[in-house]
Each structure stands twice: as structure tokens, then as C-alpha cells.
Ligand binder design. Structure first.
Ligand code: ATP
Length: 355
């Protein structure tokens, strides 16, 4: 074992063609994914897409029907959980209720036969690292949810693993605590350089914390990219609509790589589907709106969100779209007013309209 948590560094993690079914339910359908050393990789996707199953395979709690899990190039698929080099934090507080924070954190090292003095020194280092040295003698029921999750994090790091697995660790916490812990986990993870897989169904959490985000759909990888790229250049309509807000506006084919939408011809990003009815997908910050008292569109709702106000606007054909305007400008877009909505001159993302 490395001498300190900081020296452990991070491993390379590879999933190769992982498949796993539970009866008729296909949890993983050929998952290929690599996490680089020191990276925080978020696994994002709708409920049931296989995120937790993938994580449990890395921990060794679950085994694939076929495919491999590699850590630093070594096949660990058949290695039992207790011999793997991974720390894990779950959604619900999983601390031992009858042990103090210090004893919870020292538990793993004790099981591995680490001597008492070394155990205490190590636990103290970790409690310091998660910012809670003053809670060493408290029991879990004497701590808040956020504090318990920090202790759980310290416990997961006590064996100085080179892989950290986080399964929705923040979803049971209230909004404010969640935001603080996001930052703290990220800072700690970067400081330790530990390769981290973070399972979440919260896209904002994934985008704000991760180096890269892997979007899973029905047990397969849909796209894996840095947050900015995922947002700006989604590879599929599924990713586009799962990450961030997207509106759909009916469009018509106007050539091989052009569509007509809101009375304007625009170039298409990618190929125009050859048949079927088309929609353009558009982000709320991409559309322009002018209140002119005579346009065919109408503002039907305005949600003030601080820095921005998100308008819901009904277009002439009845389609509703979201459009962002600066938060302080909300009074210039009164609900009920007539408006004209337009696209800037940028390539647009096109998808077949669902039947
Ligand atoms: P969630 O966000 O709801 O936790 P998830 O993306 O983590 O979902 P998994 O928990 O990996 O998804 O589950 C994937 C699929 O496999 C689901 O259809 C689930 O019902 C099924 N599944 C997972 N584990 C088991 C099990 N032990 N027994 C039966 N079915 C299972």
C-alpha cells in the first residue's frame, strides 16, 4: 500500500464489451468505456440504463455474463470484491451505526491487519482531508446527512485505493448541502488524483463535476465526452435531449444539408434524415425573441431563475419552445405579449419527429 492517500494516484479503468442480463432484463448490452488515470468520469443516464450494474462490476459485487473489467490493463473480472483496489460510497448512509467516525474510517485498515497506531494516524489524516477532524468521536446518529457522507468518503479512501466508486452519493441530501459536497468531492478527488466513477441521473451534477461524462442508454454507451462538448455537440438526439434543455420545432427538408424552419433556410449539423417528418432541436439560449406586438408567437410563461429568465413561447403553429433572456430583462417580455422568434445563422441539429 502507498504511504499516504496522496501517493496512491489513480488507475486506468476499462470496461470491454460488458453484458449482463437479469432474466429478461438486459442491464448491460455490450458496454465499452475507459476512464483515464486521475479522471472523474460521470455515468449518466435514465433509470435502469445500467449505471449501477457497471459500477458494481468494477467493485466486484456483480459479474458479467461476458466481457471484461480491466484495471491498469489487468483483467480483474474474476477477482472477488475484497481483493479489489476500490473504495465505494453509496447513496444511503452506510456507516456502521455502533462505531464512531474514527472507528468507521479505521475499519478497513483494521480488517487488513494494520496496527492500531498506524490506523489512528491514517484515520486522523482522512478526517482532516474531509474537513471533519472534530467529529472523530461522534456516532453516525449524532451527525447530519452531509457529515455522514463525508465520513463515508473518508472510509472509502482509508485503504488508499486507486479507484473511487460513487453511486449517487449526494441524492439523499438537501440542495444546499449537495452543492457544497459536489465541490468538496471534486476538490478532494483532484487533490488525490484518484480515478473516480460517479453514478448519477442528475445531468447538472454530472456536467458540473466531471472531466468527462458517459451517457448510457439501455445498457450501452451513447456518447462519452467532456461536458462542454456533450452540450455543444451531442452525437445523438437522445444525448441532446437528455443533457440540458432542448426544444423541438417542426422543420421541412430544403435540400441535402439544409432545412427550412421559422421561415428561414439553415444549414444542418450532420445529415438530414432522408424520410419522415423533421424537427430541429434547439437550446433555449440559441433562439432570439423580439417583442413587437405583431409577431405570430406569444409569451405564455416566464420563469425567473436569477441570472436568466426562461420564457415559454408558443409559436404560430402551436409549438411551445423555451427561450432564455437575461434575468434582469424579464420585465421586457411580459406574459401574453406578441413576439417574433428567430434562429441565428448557425448549423442546426435535426431529428426525425416521433410518430
Ligand atoms: P437507477 O438510476 O434507477 O439506479 P441504473 O441505471 O443504475 O438505474 P441498474 O440498477 O444498473 O440501472 O439496472 C439496470 C437494469 O437491470 C434494470 O432494468 C434493473 O431492473 C435490472 N437489474 C439490476 N440489478 C438487478 C438484479 N439484481 N436483479 C434483477 N434485475 C436487476
Amino acid at each position: 500500500e502507498p504511504a499516504t492517500a496522496r501517493e496512491a494516484g489513480g488507475a486506468t479503468i476499462e470496461f470491454r464489451g460488458l453484458r449482463r442480463s437479469f432474466g429478461a432484463a438486459v442491464a448491460l448490452d455490450g458496454l465499452d468505456l475507459t476512464a483515464h488515470p486521475g479522471e472523474l468520469l460521470a455515468l449518466l443516464g435514465p433509470s435502469g440504463c445500467g449505471k449501477t450494474t457497471a459500477l458494481r462490476m468494477l467493485a466486484g459485487f456483480e459479474h458479467p455474463d461476458s466481457g471484461q473489467v480491466l484495471v491498469d490493463g489487468k483483467d480483474v473480472t474474476r477477482i472477488p470484491a475484497h481483493r479489489r483496489d476500490a473504495g465505494m460510497v453509496f447513496q444511503s448512509y452506510s456507516l456502521f451505526p455502533h462505531l464512531t467516525a474514527l472507528d468507521n474510517v479505521s475499519f478497513g485498515p483494521r480488517m487488513r491487519g494494520v496496527g492500531q497506531a498506524e490506523r489512528r494516524a491514517r484515520a486522523a489524516e482522512l478526517l482532516e482531508l474531509v474537513g471533519l477532524p472534530q467529529l472523530a468521536d461522534r456516532f453516525p446518529h449524532q451527525m447530519s446527512g452531509g457529515q455522514q457522507q463525508r465520513i463515508a468518503l473518508a472510509r472509502a479512501l482509508a485503504l488508499r485505493p486507486r479507484v473511487l466508486l460513487l453511486d449517487e452519493p449526494l441524492s439523499a441530501l438537501d440542495a444546499k448541502v449537495r452543492l457544497n459536497l459536489r465541490e468538496e468531492i471534486r476538490r478532494l478527488q483532484q487533490e488525490l488524483g484518484i480515478t473516480t466513477l460517479f453514478v448519477t441521473h442528475d445531468q447538472e451534477e454530472a456536467l458540473s463535476m466531471a472531466d468527462r461524462v458517459a451517457v448510457l442508454r439501455s445498457g450501452r454507451l451513447e456518447q462519452c465526452a467532456a461536458p462542454e462538448e456533450l452540450y455543444a455537440r451531442p452525437a445523438t438526439a437522445f444525448v441532446a435531449e437528455f443533457v440540458g434543455t432542448m426544444s423541438r420545432i417542426p422543420a421541412t427538408r430544403a435540400g441535402q444539408d439544409e432545412v427550412e424552419v421559422l421561415g428561414r433556410r439553415l444549414p444542418v449539423d450532420g445529415a438530414v434524415p432522408a424520410d419522415g417528418e423533421l424537427d430541429v432541436l434547439v437550446r433555449p439560449e440559441a433562439l432570439r425573441i423580439v417583442i413587437d406586438g405583431e409577431g405570430a408567437s406569444r409569451v405564455v410563461n416566464a420563469a425567473f431563475l436569477g441570472a436568466i429568465t426562461r420564457l415559454t413561447v408558443r409559436l404560430g403553429d402551436g409549438t411551445e419552445v423555451k427561450i432564455d433572456v437575461p434575468g434582469h430583462a424579464a420585465s421586457g417580455f411580459p406574459v401574453g405579449s406578441s413576439a417574433t422568434v428567430s434562429f441565428p445563422e448557425h448549423p442546426v441539429l435535426v431529428d426525425r419527429r416521433a410518430a
